[in-house]
Design a binder for this molecule. Structure first.
Ligand SMILES: C[S@@+](CC[C@H](N)C(=O)[O-])C[C@H]1O[C@@H](n2cnc3c(N)ncnc32)[C@H](O)[C@@H]1O
Length: 148
């Protein structure tokens, strides 16, 4: 089965700031977005949207010592049947009129299409004591720790 997605905006990365630019048509959907500190951003990993990339089901996750051959559903590989990226971002400023959401950072390149945005809800989205494999530990550290 094939489904269709609409791009709702684009990532804009400059030296000064990182912004999500929402397409004019979808700006009404930003109502109350400025009341959240963090958002879940879903984006299209456009550069991996190739027939070959979408056929890759097994990878060895980079940047992690001793990572075994792993199914793409068990890691964050950009190669996957549907190249959807998910990032939790910290909001700096929302301007509904201009359709901009300035954020701290995102691991998507400049001009990456955005396919959805949802509020981050700590009570349901933050699972304490979630179990992960040992080889994933280096990526499991809090973001602040990884940045230092
Ligand atoms: C490993 S993926 C993880 C994405 C997301 N955080 C997730 O967990 O779904 C992130 C990497 O994708 C690559 N990337 C970012 N934007 C991209 C784009 N538009 N096309 C292809 N690759 C991209 C960058 O190398 C980035 O470090």
């Amino acid at each position: 089965m094939t489904y269709s997605l609409k791009s709702i905006g684009k990532v804009s990365v400059s030296e000064e700031k990182t912004t999500i630019q929402i397409t004019e048509k979808y700006r009404k959907a930003m109502l109350h977005l400025d009341e959240f500190s963090h958002l879940i951003v879903l984006w299209w990993i456009e550069g991996r949207d190739t027939e070959e990339g979408r056929e890759i089901l097994l990878v060895t996750p980079p940047k992690q010592e001793n990572a075994p051959l792993t199914g793409v559903f068990s890691c964050r590989s950009p190669n996957r049947p549907n190249p959807i990226g998910l990032t939790i971002v910290r909001v700096i400023e929302v301007n509904e009129e201009k359709g901009t959401i300035e954020i701290e950072k995102i691991d998507a390149y400049d001009q990456t299409p955005i396919i959805d945005i949802k509020p981050y809800l700590p009570k349901s989205d933050c699972i304490i004591n979630a179990k992960i494999p040992e080889w994933f530990e280096s990526l499991a550290k809090p973001k602040e720790e990884l940045d230092n």
